[in-house]
Design a protein around this ligand. Structure first.
Ligand code: GLY
Length: 564
């Protein structure tokens, strides 16, 4: 081929340009060369690193960490529960949320927890098999292995199978939560037999073995989703649930599907935030709050006024959460409006610089229920793949019900629906129509796994904590924006406002007496709570410093952040 000189030079220039672009993108996407995992339990963090060392990527490690947490932290998550896994794939900068949220069984209906007088039977809504929605965690693990991982599912599940078989020591969180839930656990002999010690709360250090759970995980390792949603595990599950008064059928299990959801994206300062879409309320609420507060010169304000403005943004976002949000496959959600700067500008216009807006003066007065236990982990691998995952059985130890022969607890995620409009749940929260119970619907969640993506730093963050998840993640994001490290985000003193009840709640080390007096002078009620909340775990890749760091919430001693 005899090409004219000009054409040859043009082609050469195009090739050089392509090479330059490629080499730039290679250097940008080369990855940090180190991996970090931060989770609520050292055995789960170690399980993730074990799988990375075997050649797995962040998504394989996420399977290992999720499954290990399902064994060693049954108070917070499990194969009887659900999860959201937010993924960032470094090779093509692809992001997605894998929605493994539980869904209502076919026989569920909106009045299923009401007695003859129309009152909510709180016990049925949170304790025992009727409180359980069809679990999604196992389908999520299989999905991660099939579409994103590098190793076979069976390999990534091995650390969890080993832990279930060989046992794990009871930690402080297990001990504390079991003190609260022991009366419910005692109702179900299969649960009491393996989770208690001679019918009592096990001491810290007591070793729990879960051979039936090892068998369940082995079925999944050998057969994938079919090993859980069909066959002998499904039969044991359905038999156990039905004999104890629950509604699940084999068809309900067979009908469960993972959904991939496009994340919510919003910008703050020079960063893109990639976060959880519905059926989580977290991403929309975070976008709304951040859009509302961004124009404020927060750094230049006094502490009380800064808190006041953030609280007013929280109040408005939680009002919208109650009114608009539910399972997007069942309700129309005005996502574009709620996450727009224009809408947030309107909200800001209604905020007084120095006076609280009573929640009763904002249109709409509903709130949605949710639980207080759940777990979160964050991973970045050496290539720059990232996972932020929040997993849950809802309340500590879920519904307390263990189908005989399975070794795991059924969630009580049905209580994240609103059992009756205007009726408070166990935490004094009331619900709304967008989140009412319907067959196959997924209950609204607050779980907010989030990435912060910038030119200089990338990070993953999240925490358990019911409705407080959203405000904890918000405070963590703001601390990241200050240039601080994961250890700082996870340790921060916390405050929260959720529209109803109309008060700021705070950990005991958040405010001084002067801060509280200043907030009260602006019209806020401040409630200082004795017990801390949350269990945040974050990782960060600082590209400028070529450094990976990680932080594990100091509030619970079992949490562990390891960089290797
Ligand atoms: N069960 C807690 C949540 O999903 O928000």
């Amino acid at each position: 081929m005899n090409l004219p000189f000009k054409k040859i030079m043009t082609r050469y220039a195009v090739i050089c340009l392509a090479c330059a672009v490629l080499s730039f993108s290679l250097s940008a996407d080369d990855g940090p060369g180190q991996a970090a995992i931060a989770s609520a339990h050292y055995l789960a963090t170690e399980a993730g690193h074990e799988i990375l060392a075997q050649g797995g990527n962040a998504f394989d490690a996420a399977i290992a960490v999720s499954a290990a947490l399902a064994v060693v932290e049954p108070t917070s998550s499990g194969v009887g529960g659900g999860a959201f896994w937010l993924l960032h794939r470094a090779s093509d900068n692809f992001e997605v949320m894998v929605d493994g949220r539980e869904q209502a069984p076919a026989a569920a209906h909106k009045d299923m927890y009401l007695d003859e007088e129309g009152k909510v039977n709180r016990d049925l809504a949170v304790n025992g098999p009727l409180a359980g929605a069809i679990p999604g965690e196992v389908a999520g693990l299989e999905h991660l292995a099939r579409y994103y991982g590098r190793l076979p599912l069976a390999q990534s599940l091995q650390p969890a199978i080993r832990l279930a078989r060989e046992g794990f020591p009871v930690d402080e969180k297990y001990h504390a939560m079991m003190k609260w839930r022991i009366d419910v656990i005692k109702r179900w002999p299969a649960a009491a037999e393996v989770l208690l010690a001679n019918g009592e709360v096990p001491a810290v250090g007591h070793v729990i073995k879960l051979p039936d759970l090892a068998w369940v995980l082995q079925q999944v390792a050998e057969n994938g989703v079919a090993g859980f949603y069909f066959g002998p595990v499904a039969e044991r599950l359905v038999k156990g649930v039905q004999e104890a008064g629950g509604l699940w059928t084999m068809e309900d299990l067979a009908a469960y599907r993972i959904k991939e959801r496009e994340p919510i994206r919003t910008a703050y300062a020079d960063y893109e935030l990639v976060t959880a879409p519905p059926p989580s309320s977290g991403g929309i609420a975070l976008a709304e709050i951040l859009n509302t507060i961004e124009p404020y010169p927060l750094d230049k304000l006094g502490k009380a006024q800064r808190i006041h403005l953030i609280v007013e943004a929280m109040r408005r976002a939680f009002r919208d959460r109650a009114i608009y949000l539910g399972d997007p496959d069942f309700v129309e959600i005005p996502v574009e409006m709620l996450t727009s700067q224009f809408y947030a500008d309107g909200l800001r216009a209604s905020i007084s610089p120095d006076q609280a807006t009573p929640s009763s003066m904002l249109a709409g007065n509903d709130q949605i229920p949710e639980g207080t236990d759940t777990t979160h982990f964050s991973i970045i691998d050496a290539e720059g793949n990232m996972v932020a995952a929040t997993l849950t059985v809802n309340l500590p130890f879920g519904s307390g019900f263990m189908p005989p022969g399975t070794g795991f607890l059924v969630n009580n995620q049905m209580d994240d629906f609103s059992a009756k409009q205007g009726e408070p749940n166990a935490y004094g929260l009331i619900g709304f129509v967008a989140n009412e119970i319907q067959p196959f619907k997924r209950p609204l969640s607050s779980m907010s796994p989030t990435f912060m993506m910038g030119k200089d730093r990338r990070a993953a963050i999240g925490t358990p904590g019911g409705s407080r998840i959203i405000t904890m993640v918000l405070l963590g994001i703001l601390d990241f924006m200050q240039g601080n490290e994961p250890e700082s985000w996870v340790s921060l003193p916390r405050f929260h406002h959720q529209y109803v009840p109309d008060k700021i709640s705070a950990e005991s080390n958040t405010f001084s007496a002067e801060d509280i007096a200043a907030l009260e002078a602006m019209g806020h009620e401040v409630e200082v709570r004795e017990r801390p909340w949350g269990n945040m775990h974050g990782v960060m890749w600082n590209m400028e410093k070529e450094e990976v760091t990680a932080g594990s919430d100091p509030r619970w001693p079992s949490g562990r952040a390891i960089v290797k």
